[in-house]
Design a protein around this ligand. Sequence first.
Ligand code: ADP
Length: 483
Amino acid sequence: MESVIVLWSAAAAAAMVLAVLCGLMWLMDRRDTASLMLCILGISTAAAAYVELGLMHARTPEEFGAWIRWYHLPLFPALVAQVFFVHFYLESSTKWLMWGVVLTRSFIFIANFLLQPNYHFSSIESVHFVSVLGAQVSAIEHAVPRRGLQSIAVLSLLLLFLYVMSAAVRCWRKGGAEQRRRALAVGLAEGLPMLLTILYGQLVIFGVLGGPISNIPWFLGALLIMGYVSVHDFVLSRRARLEAAELRSQLAQIERINLLGRLASALSHELSQPMSAMSLNLGAALKRLKQAPPDTAELAAILNDVDNDNDRAIDIIKRIRQLFKQRAIELNPIRVEDAVKNAVSLAEAEAKAKSVALQLGIPPGLPLVSGDSIHLSQVLLNLLMNGIQAVQSRPADARQIVIEARADLAKGEVEVCVRDSGPGVPGTIVHRIFDPLFTTKPEGMGMGLAISHTIIEAHGGRLWVGKDAGQEGAAFHFTLRAA
Ligand code: ADP
């Protein structure tokens, strides 16, 4: 008997450890109902191991019958927990099969406590001892099974098997590596031991096999594999959450630095004009004051000009602050053409001053895209300004930037490309250009591409650089989802 006690106690201890682990995972994330189900399965498995030891110790048919009766107390939650575990873990179960299992098991659970000696047998005449793992354990010798009720029990278990396998197949068919991994884990951890245990249990009940009644290998096997998979998922998702939080805080920091830089340069550029006008006027006013007698009418006119310039400066500060106020991305159906034209109108003066020809190739009838026009104009402006700087190494008549767009109806996307005739992005730095603060320019901030990348990702698109075949220079592509 010793070896059986040691093994079953170890199984109960392992089940409890897994139950505590899964319970903790559920406490940390209450949406993780699958872990709660594993926790219930763990507790039920430990209780089932205790009852099975009682069964194996039973000396009389009455004692044996009573233990089978009590066996339903952990069996019911163990089976129902597995049903709901599959439901929450695979998210692709068949509802009628699920409720079919729950209803039949509830019926068996209630009927079991209304019948003597238990649900499965109308009478147990004798028990005898059989050898299991070198120990003598109690097993049925002569008993009369309730054939009608037993067929309902078999049906409920077959429904359970069908339910688990159909959920695994449906999950597998969804495609995706993650779905397939989950489907395989459930199919192997649940389906296989379940089928073997159902077969074995029926052979024992109908007297074909003389071994002890036990579901522990099934429950513990399922618990071990599913517990391992869940802990693995939990660790991965926690790591992903931490990385995402870190990335978000880095991006927020980057956005702040970038905003500050742009705010400073926009302010200095816009304010230089009214400030120098004020300085000139104040110089003129001082000169007039030194005259005797001072021309008060002219002085009043000069001070009036200073006042006007001061108002203009205040106005500029207000307008620029408004422009740079942090705003979240708002996705609306917009025309790519509008965002392109917007960016081109902003870059036009710079392009002209630096002898760069801007060329548009936007076909008519492009589908609307889901986007934030201000943010997209910002991305295009960044790419255009980089292009303008890149083509400066070329002779004036070879400085060109082409902006093209095309629809990919199969993918439901629109792809935009900004291509320049510059030297292209050297292979040695191409993997770093989207990194924040990476720049090769003496006056660069290294933020334009990092911000653009974030904006396009927030739109659910991709931004990448390529060197298009037969073309010189860099080609920046990005995709946007059709609205
Ligand atoms: P910045 O323009 O301030 O350097 P970006 O993030 O916009 O910051 O660009 C990062 C780097 O990517 C640039 O310093 C440059 O080396 C490279 N790069 C960007 N656009 C181009 C381009 N059109 N052609 C060649 N290199 C480019």
